[in-house]
Design a protein around this ligand. Structure first.
Ligand code: MLT
Length: 413
């Protein structure tokens, strides 16, 4: 019989979001009268339509695909140069980051890339994650065999957990021990916390001193409105020698279903081979992508390119502002209902303290049963998320207002 990857057996039940969907479906089946009233503020999936500039560009690209003279077959595995150049100029060089288009790899998602990146790293790395954390970082390390088993709290042996709590303003302290790989996400999923330049500078200094690589997930950078906050880790001097950055068109331009993202692997990054030699990480990632990936479709990349047009920029800004206004409403209404809330200012997630005596899943059940509103239990993001709850701002204004009205009426703390 074929042997399986035993590491999968170490994983907890299902992946967090399908598990929530399963529980919500079970509730809806058992309570058919409540089904139509359910409002989902759980998974961070966008609800507003694609920007017109992106749609128009994709329609034009579709027409090109229908004409022999403009038809495209396989594209470059790294992405089309015209998109990579726009990203390099607009997202990096304009902010003073010395990132070249050739260091940008277009992909079908940051979720995939933050998991796939492990392909080019060895097995004996010490890996640090924050707690709570986006579960993909942990689960993909478990799948890759980089951890032992989980304890009762769901913490995997071999990982270094860096707690992020209200006490440290949801920004982790530097590890006391030396770690090789570090996952950072700002604006943070799930807590909505942000990182200042000084804070990131400390991480870059740590990484350079210890020969570590930072995986910097900037999927929510478009939600930063505070001009003092960095959008990219490459705004910090020295980051090109120690950081890989992930970005996405999912949350700014509504591409969660369309799929387009990017990963920056600077050519100045190196890692150590088992014979002690230093190897360029860019070469390994390029080799990995050329072998296992055939690029994002031409049509979708044209849609992503349109984000950088004048009208695209305006439309994306409007979308982001819309979700940020939702976040503001959520913060205000939950505060008025007596909850302690965090995040949701430069981020689309609001992190809520569960009332005394209620666990994250208790609050999940109560919210679902009493108000028919779905959120995400903080404990699903890690042991230190216990007692917290995440509310996503990705929904229509009508649904956000209605969900907050129900909570204010029925769930006052
Ligand atoms: C979330 O809800 O945390 C998001 O769906 C994350 C993701 O984009 O995969």
């Amino acid at each position: 019989m074929a042997k399986i990857n035993d590491n999968y057996l170490k994983l907890k039940a299902g992946y967090l979001f399908p598990e929530i969907a399963r529980r919500v479906n079970a509730f809806a089946e058992a309570n058919p009268e409540a089904k139509a009233k359910i409002i989902k503020l759980g998974i961070g999936d966008v609800t507003e339509p694609l920007p017109e500039a992106c749609r128009k560009a994709m329609i034009k690209a579709t027409e090109e695909m229908g004409d022999r003279s403009t038809f495209k077959g396989y594209g470059p595995e790294q992405g089309y140069a015209w998109l990579r150049e726009k990203i390099a100029t607009h997202d990096y060089q304009k902010r003073g980051c010395d990132i070249d288009a050739s260091e940008i790899f277009i992909s079908d998602g940051s979720k995939c890339d933050t998991g796939n990146i492990l392909d080019i790293f060895g097995k004996d790395n010490k890996i640090a994650v924050t707690d709570p954390v986006y579960p993909v970082y942990v689960d993909t390390n478990v799948m890759a065999g980089n951890t032992g088993s989980a304890n009762d709290k769901g913490e995997f042996e071999g990982l270094v957990y860096l707690p992020i709590t209200a006490e440290n303003n949801f920004t982790a302290e530097l590890p006391e021990e030396k770690v090789d790989l570090i996952y950072l996400c700002f604006p943070n999923n799930p807590t909505g916390a942000t990182a200042s330049k000084d804070y990131l500078k400390r991480w870059v200094e740590y990484a350079k001193a210890n020969g570590s690589i930072i995986f910097f997930d900037a999927a929510y950078e478009a939600f930063i409105t505070d001009p003092e906050l960095p959008h990219s880790i490459y705004e910090i001097e020295g980051a090109k020698e120690c950081a890989i950055e992930f970005r996405s068109f999912s949350k700014n331009a509504g591409f969660t279903g369309t799929r387009c993202a990017l990963t920056v692997v600077p050519k100045t990054l190196t890692g150590k081979a088992s014979d002690g030699s230093e190897v360029e990480l860019w070469k390994l990632w390029n080799r990995r992508q050329s072998t296992k990936f055939n690029g994002v479709s031409y049509i979708v990349q044209r849609g992503a390119e349109a984000v950088y047009s004048e009208e695209g920029q305006e439309q994306v800004k409007a979308l982001v502002s819309f979700y940020l206004e939702n976040a503001k409403i959520i913060r205000e209404k939950l505060t008025a209902a007596g909850f302690a809330v965090y995040g949701g200012v430069n981020a689309p997630y609001v992190w809520v303290k569960a009332p005394e005596g209620l666990s994250s899943w208790d609050l999940f059940d109560k919210l679902l049963q009493v108000t028919n509103v779905v959120g995400t239990p903080g404990s699903g993001f890690g042991a230190a998320g216990e007692g917290y709850f995440r509310i996503s701002a990705f929904n229509s204004r009508e649904n956000v207002n209605e969900a907050m009205a129900r909570i204010g009426e029925k769930l006052k703390v």
